[in-house]
Each structure stands twice: as C-alpha cells, then as structure tokens.
Design a protein around this ligand. Structure first.
Ligand code: NDP
Ligand code: 2IT
Length: 443
C-alpha cells in the first residue's frame, strides 16, 4: 500500500467513531500521494501524522438557566488544530449535532482553507450542542455568557480568534464578545463578525457568499462563461446561502431554489430575496412561509432539492447534504458547475460523480474561504485601529478569491490533474502549512 493510503488507514484506526474527521482527512491526504513522493522530507518529519492531531482540544460543560429558571447544560468544544502559520482562526457552531468528530473535521479543513487565503492565520473550530432554535434572546445570552466564562482562557488576539458558523450570527457573536471583554477588561479584536458599531468589518457578513460567487465566476470566466442567465440552486437560507443568492442576482444569474432543514422552495421565476430576508433574519421563521409571499412558488417538505434542473448548484447548508444520487440527478439534468459554500456538503461519492462527468467542482476549502479571509481583514483593521469602506474590503476579497483560484489551478496543473480543484486546493493548502511546520522543527 502507498504511504498516504496506509497512513489514512492508521489514522482512522486510531480515531474510532470520528467519521466526519475521517472523511475530511482522507480527502486531503488522498490528494497528497504525488506531493509526498516528491518530498521525502515530509515523511521524515512525520508532517502528515502531526497535522492529523489537533495541537489542543478543549471540552467543557456549559450550564445555564432557561426562562423558567430550570438548569440546562450543554457540551462545548474548542479544537485548536494548527498554529504553524498564524493564530488559531475559525468559527463557533451551535447545533444539536455538534460533537468532537464534526469539530475536528472543521478545524482540520480550516487549517488548509486559511493557508489558501494567503493570510497569516492557523486553523481552529469550536461549538456546542446547543440549539438556538426556539430559545429566547435572554436564553441565548445566558448560554453565550456561560460558554465564554470558560472559553475566554484559551482565546486572545494573537492566540485564538473565533467567529460565527451555523447557529452563530451577529446576535451570538455580540453576546460572546461582550462577556469576553467584561472578563478580560480590555477591548481586543478577539472575535470576528463583530457588529459594525464595536469593531466589526464592513463586508464580513456578506463575505462567504460573495466570495463563493467570485471564485465560481473566476472558474467560469476561465472557460469563457459566467453567471449571466444561469439557473442556480442554493441549499440553506442562512448567512452563506443568502449572500450567495444576492451575488448570483448581481452577476445576472437566477436563484430558483433554496432550503432549510425542514424542506425546500422552488420559484422558477427567481427567488424573492427580500421575502427570504424577512422570513429568515427578521422573523427567524421556517422557509415554508415563503409561499405566503409568492403563491406560485412550491414548497416541498424534506430533501430532494437537487432533483430540480439547474445550471449551477451551490450547497450552502451543512456537511454531507448532497449525496451520490443527488449528484447523478444534477448531472442528468445538465448541471455544469458545483461550488461548496458549506464545509464538505458533498459526500466523497458525489464528488466522484461530478469529476467523472466533467462537472466543474470547487471544494469548500477554496470556495467558502472568503468568510475567513475577511475575518482576517477585520483582525487587521482592529490592530491598526482603522475602519475600511465596504468597497475597500470587497476589492481585497475579490483579489483573495482570484488568488485562491490561481493557486488551486496551478497546483492541479503542476501535478498533471488539470481542472481537478480538489487536488489543487488540497495540495496548495497543504504545502504552505507543511513548509511552515518543517521550518519550525519538531514542535
Ligand atoms: P446559518 O446558521 O446561517 O445557516 C445554516 C443553514 O443551513 C440554515 O438554512 C439551516 O436550516 C441549514 N442547515 C443547517 N444544518 C442543517 C442540517 N443538518 N440539515 C439541513 N439543513 C441544515 O449558517 P451559515 O450560513 O453560516 O453556514 C452554512 C455552512 O457554511 C456551514 O457548513 C458552515 O460551516 C459554512 N461556512 C460558513 C461561513 C460563515 O462565514 N458563516 C464561512 C465558511 C463556511 P435551519 O435553519 O432549518 O437549521
Ligand atoms: O468555516 C468557516 O470558514 C467559518 N465559519 C468562518 C471562520 C472565520 O473565522 O471567519
């Protein structure tokens, strides 16, 4: 067996039950065989073995009082995966499914994503099995304050800088940051995605969705194509999905389907994004409400949105939401490009279907890197005590996404896998982190 195949099996055997982490690790290491063969130094220094273990993972209890004064408790985590190229950087997720495997996959993925941005940030991820759905603002605040009362010990503007992710938006970041500042007694840029009134960056809210569209547009332009006139299906209806849909419209495309965990809507005339904004961000309600705003649209309970014919698919909800059968349906209906707005939304078998059928496929660590990239721009503004305009941030984001396209495209070509952006992104991200680790010795 080859070095990388053998190593993947060894790591799986040592981390039983961590299926999401295994999937993410096998995708990265599966792409590295030619790189490791070319560079015996990586094997001699056990770089891949070291990269697969977080530098540190903190697990802690978060007790809080609900509105009836009943005691509740959740489990929270912070996985500080790799600081070879900068302080740990990555979001915090609140969702009942959160466990160590999911956060290890996200922290591992984040390490290479952050390297691809070209910015000096390492990889980390955190979260809790807390479900913000149906909780009052007071309950969310008490939960966030309790979580931060433990987590603050491990954070710092040069140590670990969290941000949002699923279930963590402006409200949650505000509560967590407020508690952090109260405990340490200093204003520090220790969170990104902060409100604009207290140190947030213009353009951060939009950055992941917009960045996704910039990256896909770069790829399409390389093939003399673009979003103009394209029908686009976008799963999810949260932060990433909403701004991906908005930028789709700006680039001349038409979002025709969106979803939440309850089901999906199909609006062939083009989704009304002001209705989505009202339902999801003002009312915090279900996407099924959409048919009240647009009676000609159709709502379907459950999964199946990838059966709707579209030109471009942008999965922007969660991991493993797009399976092999969905990929086959997309191919059969003429879908030409897929970009992962979410982290690992496509299963490995689905990605194989796209590659076998010549569908352009942009992996999450490249396609959704715009969010963390603008987070790093927020850190820069905080350190400099400056506030850039939306246009300045947007220009920088465009440049960073263009750079990511160049890096993954060049790496794919260098290793004779033209157009395979999974290989290209993994190789380019890995090499940067690996070289930094080599230079810093056995640490
Ligand atoms: P939000 O919480 O804002 O939105 C998540 C959306 O996905 C909601 O519509 C939600 O539906 C849906 N969803 C979540 N979990 C599930 C599930 N298990 N099954 C079906 N639908 C689900 O999160 P974000 O938009 O911030 O994040 C979406 C994805 O993008 C995640 O994979 C995240 O890791 C990734 N990402 C986010 C970045 C950011 O800057 N926010 C940056 C890079 C990647 P419902 O409301 O019904 O739960
Ligand atoms: O997955 C991700 O890249 C994020 N949730 C954003 C991380 C960040 O630090 O902005």
């Amino acid at each position: 067996m080859s070095y990388t195949k053998n190593l993947i099996q060894e790591i799986i055997a040592k981390t039983p039950g961590e299926s999401e982490f295994h999937q993410a690790m096998a995708e990265v290491y599966g792409a590295l065989a030619p790189v490791v063969d070319d560079n015996p130094r990586y094997q001699e220094a056990a770089i891949l073995q070291r990269m697969a273990i977080p530098e540190r993972a903190i697990v802690f209890r978060v007790p809080w009082l609900d509105d009836k004064n009943h005691v509740q408790v959740n489990t929270a985590y912070r996985v500080q995966f790799n600081s070879a190229i900068g302080p740990y950087k990555g979001g915090i997720r609140f969702h009942p499914s959160v466990n160590l495997s999911i956060l290890k996959f996200l922290g591992f993925e984040q390490t290479f994503k952050n390297a691809l941005t070209g910015l000096p940030i390492g990889g980390g991820k955190g979260g809790a099995d807390f479900d913000p759905k149906g909780k009052s603002d007071g309950e969310v605040m008490r939960f966030c304050q309790s979580l931060m009362t433990e987590l603050y010990k491990y954070l710092g503007p040069d140590e670990d800088i969290p941000a949002g992710d699923i279930g963590v938006g402006a409200r949650e970041v505000g509560y967590m940051y407020g508690q952090y500042k109260r405990i340490v007694g200093r204003y520090e840029g220790v969170f990104t995605g902060k409100g604009i009134t207290y140190g947030g960056s213009l353009g951060r809210t939009e950055a992941t969705g917009h960045g996704l569209l910039y990256l896909m547009d770069n790829i399409l332009k390389g093939k003399n194509d673009g979003f103009d006139g394209k029908k686009v299906s976008i799963s999810g209806s949260g932060n990433v999905a909403f701004y991906a849909a908005k930028k789709t419209v700006e680039l001349g495309g038409r979002p025709i389907a969106m979803s939440d965990s309850g089901g999906f809507i199909h609006d062939p005339d083009g989704i009304d994004l002001s209705a989505i904004n009202e339902i999801k961000f003002v009312q915090r309600a279900r996407i099924s409400e959409y048919i009240k705003y647009r009676p000609n649209a159709k709502y379907t309970v459950g999964t199946g949105m990838w059966n709707i014919p579209c030109d471009i698919a942008l999965p922007c909800a969660t991991q493993n939401e797009l399976h092999e059968a969905d990929a086959k349906a997309l191919v059969a209906n003429g879908c030409k490009a897929v970009g992962e707005g979410a982290n690992m939304p496509c299963t490995a078998a689905a990605v194989d279907v796209f590659h076998e059928n010549g569908v352009i496929f942009a992996p999450g660590k490249a396609a959704n890197a715009g969010g963390v990239a603008v987070s790093c721009l927020e850190m820069s503004q905080n350190s400099m005590r400056l506030h850039w305009t939306f246009e300045e941030v947007d220009q920088k984001l465009k440049g960073i996404m263009g750079g990511i396209y160049e890096k993954m495209n060049t790496a794919a070509t260098e290793y004779k896998m033209d157009g395979n952006f999974v290989a290209g992104a993994n190789i380019a991200g890995f090499k940067k982190v690996a070289e930094a680790m080599l230079a810093q010795g056995v640490v």
